[in-house]
Design a binder for this molecule. Sequence first.
Ligand code: RIB
Length: 347
Amino acid sequence: MRTTIKDIAQETGLSITTVSLILNGKGKKFPPDTKDLVLVAAKKLNYRPNQLAVGLLKKHTQTLGLIIPDISNVFFSEFAKGVEDRGREEQYSIILCNSDDRFHQEQQSINILADRGVDGIIIILSSESFGSKNEECLVALRATGKPVILADCFNEVVDFSTMEIDNRKGSALAVEHLVSLGHSRIACITGPQGLKSNKERMAGFTTTMRDHDIPLDDRLIFEGDFRYQSGYDGALKLLKDCPTAIYCHNDMMAFGALRALRDSGIRVPKDVSLVGFDDVFFSRYMEVPLTTVKQPIYKMGRQTASLLLEEIDNHEKAPQHVVFAPRLVVRRSEEHTSELQSRSAIS
Ligand code: RIB
């Protein structure tokens, strides 16, 4: 059974009021011996305050809500770890909800977090919460009355703080690298079209291609959904139009593409080069270590939590908009086209 203040009072022979004052940090008037007596008994009996009761009293539950779209994507778990670690440093715990990239599940999660009285919410919006649903989603978030941070995927809104990577720059880095290796038949597996992050990645792709006078070919663009299977399906379809390189808008889809290429007897990077976006933990450990655009995912999670904690401390704080810089991590999944040609000449 859970230890209560009454149990500690019995153990120490002190009154419930005395024990309660000491455990709530209001026991200044008591001598050190009395305080020690209470604290030692609390430890011995493994006393933990009832957070619900404390929350009701202080109107503060020391909890942060985090809603992510896909718990099976390592990007989001690395991000969640950053949020949780930062929260823990300030004695906050996290309630994690997975929206499964669905608008209705996301709405439910927002309501659950509000009902649980979390002190603030971090949300990475689902791809269904764009277009016509976007306002509805923002209304639900505002209605919680809690500080909210929109992380990673959002449309331009001014009343919440936001955190994102420079998506356009990230794509430009990936495409510049492929072009520098002689590629011009560069295919692209995109994320869901509505997302701002994806639009920016797309803009980085098209602008860089145009800067190098490389014509855009619709047959070399496939719309994925950031999941492994769409990378697999996309690569199979794109292969029909003979790209020499495939740039995927996230690593999960690059893993799917890699599998599809292998299943089709195509070697990476010998026959087709592959570049991803995210640099999740597994990318460096793949059979062919993946060249990818790095997001400092864990750090982004930590900093997003810091933003939220600041807003919890000061509800009047003006929204902040943090943009992280991407970096290209060159590994072994891409190759110069001269290598491709010499190899095909040999075979
Ligand atoms: O892997 C998930 C992707 O969705 C990441 O690139 C992240 O930035 C989000 O847009």
